[in-house]
Design a protein around this ligand. Structure first.
Ligand SMILES: [Zn+2]
Length: 179
């Protein structure tokens, strides 16, 4: 999918389910890294638009690379967010852990790249997710592109509301128990 932000929508639902065991920051970073190939192709590079990065084998490699480079970058980003954004000081919900364990880094990056390939398979006929074992893309056309974009956007909205809604309820309950 050339529109990377749509991929983050389903990721926010994963965040609702796994909360601190999943890094949406690393997940989002992996979406950018995996779409560098299509971006380069669109900018005129003489390479395939999707190609190897958009196979599950390639996505494994891209996930590992995203984790290795993404960990220091995302941790720095979270530190800056916690330090400089006034929102983070107004409520603990906006304050995020600055250290991400390697297990969470790698699992979040791989969830990111695998889900990316899965969604792109639905939209792009030429993707061969199981290369070099098979050339078929059985998911192509499963859902209309517009519908898929809408589903991703709704997932993002629902995830955002649920994550902060649940977090708010948890903090209220914790305060009551303390009080
Ligand atoms: Zn893509």
């Amino acid at each position: 999918m050339p529109v990377t932000p749509f991929h983050v929508g389903p990721g926010s639902l994963v965040k609702v389910l796994l909360r601190e065991k999943f890094s949406l920051t690393i997940f989002a970073f992996a979406q950018i890294v995996i779409d560098l190939q299509p971006l380069a192709a669109m900018l005129g590079a003489d390479i395939e638009v999707h190609g190897f990065t958009h196979t599950y084998l390639g996505a494994t490699l891209v996930g590992a690379i995203s984790g290795i480079f993404g960990k220091p970058l995302c941790e720095q980003g979270l530190r800056l967010w916690n330090r400089d954004m006034s929102l983070s000081k107004s409520h603990p919900l906006w304050h995020f852990p600055e250290k991400i364990s390697w297990l969470i880094v790698i699992s979040s990056a791989l969830i990111g790249t695998y889900s990316h390939v899965l969604l792109d398979c639905i939209m792009h006929a030429e993707i061969q997710p199981f290369y070099p074992l098979a050339a078929e893309n059985a998911l192509f056309g499963l859902v209309e592109m517009d519908e898929l974009h809408k589903l991703c956007a709704y997932a993002g909205l629902a995830g955002f509301i649920c994550y902060f809604g649940i977090g708010y309820l948890l903090s209220v309950t914790a305060n009551r128990q303390r009080g």
